[in-house]
Design a protein around this ligand. Structure first.
Ligand SMILES: Cc1cc2nc3c(=O)[nH]c(=O)nc-3n(C[C@H](O)[C@H](O)[C@H](O)COP(=O)(O)OP(=O)(O)OC[C@H]3O[C@@H](n4cnc5c(N)ncnc54)[C@H](O)[C@@H]3O)c2cc1C
Length: 465
């Protein structure tokens, strides 16, 4: 119970859910409960339409499931999740007026769009707004170089990040007091955004499903991580990225439990996530521009048929097509394959990484502005601590290393199910396809590699001139 004599306690407050769709170890929700007699749990649906960059069908389906699970968890505590829709600040101000709430609590966003909304809310709100760092183990300005400037390179960042003391995870509320007379919209469905359901195989959304995945990850995926994480046909990674993105899992709880699995490599992956959070925060220009100024203004080709072939998994390169089809059908793509697919778009098709970034954003359940931008700029060779431009992955050689039996390829490209996997390791004779109904390769990797090297070299020379 809050101390009512304190000027910092309230009879009624709002907790605004955004990317923290859970009850367990939710920093702002806990604070709201500690400081107010009654808390209104609120989610505001966007009124974006179906063609908005961040309103892909698979992603919104996952969000609907997360909200339905959250609502059920509140119902279990005798409380109701309130759903509203529209421009967030106006909706919040309306609810403050209607409900007499005396404060707003929220967990900070990690991207500049969410942060701009928080700033506007703080400026316009007639009641105090309390924001908390929750999405990361360390805030974006907590891990800085000795001279107080942000890191631009991952390894020194991770060396500093890893030994820092991490906050402990807390449990879930055992009870929840909220007013009973606040009107709410029904839980959303895909129709809310004018979207139609397809037959995709997405993971189920919500805190319960996330906890089941956590249990599985802790039972073997994370302990075997170092040996299996690069093999896309194996369940060798944690598959928790969408839960970290939507906050159906607390990163503190994950870190605390994963520490006992014996893979420092796994903990370092969580540091990549926070490395990109801080890059986006300190260098927000990366959303528009290449992080490495040397590569700004590179001459990309105009997207045409080859881009369509890439987007539909019809390039004639089995590993690329398997990756894209995994994404289209499941809203996920294995990390190793994300790198191969992204490098193919930028280095074999010479297309702008921003096109790939947008496409991923529309289809990934874990689509995260910072990591997606970081991953794309890494693959294009333009980003913070990126792959150097001359290290161009060969899709055939990558297949030999990471899917030599073609198990991953056959799973996602059914036309190739009966084909000898040795044929996935080198291009077929010119003009020939690997199977009926499957295209022949749309480019020659060797030729395109040379072209990329020439483009980057010339660009650097022109800049130096
Ligand atoms: C082009 C490209 C785009 C990407 N876009 C995204 C994105 O939108 N959202 C996203 O969460 N990740 C993105 N990644 C990073 C990575 O591919 C995914 O985090 C990973 O595949 C998720 O699967 P997992 O949960 O099984 O990961 P695990 O291997 O189990 O890793 C554990 C966690 O660490 C984090 N992580 C791991 N690798 C990275 C990385 N390279 N960068 C940032 N965080 C990482 C994730 O939160 C992940 O859940 C991208 C990578 C590339 C190359």
């Amino acid at each position: 119970m809050p101390d009512r004599a304190s000027p910092n306690s309230f009879s009624r407050a709002i907790h605004w859910f955004r990317r923290d769709l859970r009850l367990t170890d939710n920093t702002s929700l806990r604070e709201a409960q500690a400081r107010a007699d009654e808390v209104i749990p609120l989610y505001i649906l966007s009124d974006w339409t179906q063609d908005h960059l961040w309103t892909g069908e698979k992603r919104q389906k996952f969000l609907c499931e997360c909200l339905s699970s959250l609502s059920a968890n509140f119902a279990h505590l005798g409380a109701a999740l309130i759903i509203r829709q529209g421009e967030a600040v106006s909706e919040l101000l309306k609810l403050v007026e209607e409900s007499g709430a005396e404060a707003i609590f929220l967990n900070e966003d990690v991207d500049p769009f969410g942060q701009a909304i928080e700033a506007k809310l703080k400026q316009k709100s007639p009641v105090p707004v309390f924001s908390h760092q929750d999405a990361a183990l360390h805030g974006v300005s907590e891990v800085l170089k000795g001279d107080g400037t942000p890191y631009r390179v991952y390894t020194p960042f991770s060396k500093r990040w890893l030994p820092l003391k991490k906050a402990k995870a807390e449990g879930s509320p055992k009870s929840f007091k909220s007013p009973t007379n606040i009107p709410s919209l029904p839980l959303p469905s895909l129709a809310t955004w004018g979207l139609e359901s397809s037959s995709c195989e997405t993971l189920p959304g919500g805190e319960k499903a996330a906890r089941a995945r956590l249990k599985e990850a802790l039972s073997n995926r994370i302990s075997d991580y170092d040996g299996t994480r690069d093999i896309p046909s194996l369940p060798g990674t944690s598959r928790l990225s969408q839960d970290l993105r939507w906050g159906t899992l607390s990163v503190r709880e994950l870190y605390q439990k994963a520490q006992h699995c014996g893979s420092e490599q796994y903990l370092k992956e969580l540091a990549w996530r926070e490395f990109y959070f801080q890059i986006l925060h300190h260098f927000p220009d990366v959303l528009e521009l290449e992080f490495n100024a040397d590569w700004r203004g590179l001459p990309w080709d105009e997207p045409a048929e080859q881009f369509e072939a890439w987007k539909s998994g019809q390039t004639g390169f089995p590993i690329i097509d398997a990756g894209i089809r995994e994404l289209l059908q499941s809203g996920f793509m294995h990390n190793r394959v994300r790198m191969i697919v992204a490098m193919f778009l930028t280095k074999d098709l010479h297309l702008d990484w921003r096109l790939g970034e947008q496409f991923f954003a529309q289809h990934l359940l874990d689509g995260e502005i910072a990591s997606n931008n970081g991953g794309w700029q890494w693959s294009a060779g333009t980003g913070a601590d990126a792959a150097p431009y001359f290290r161009i992955q060969n899709p055939w050689a990558q297949t030999k290393r990471f899917d030599p039996q073609g198990i991953y390829i056959k799973r996602w490209v059914p036309e190739l199910a009966e084909i000898d996997p040795k044929l996935f390791l080198a291009p077929p004779p010119e003009g020939q396809a690997l199977a009926k109904g499957y295209p022949s390769p749309i480019v020659d990797h060797g030729d395109e590699r040379k072209r990329t090297l020439a483009i980057f070299k010339k660009h650097r020379e022109n800049k130096g001139a």
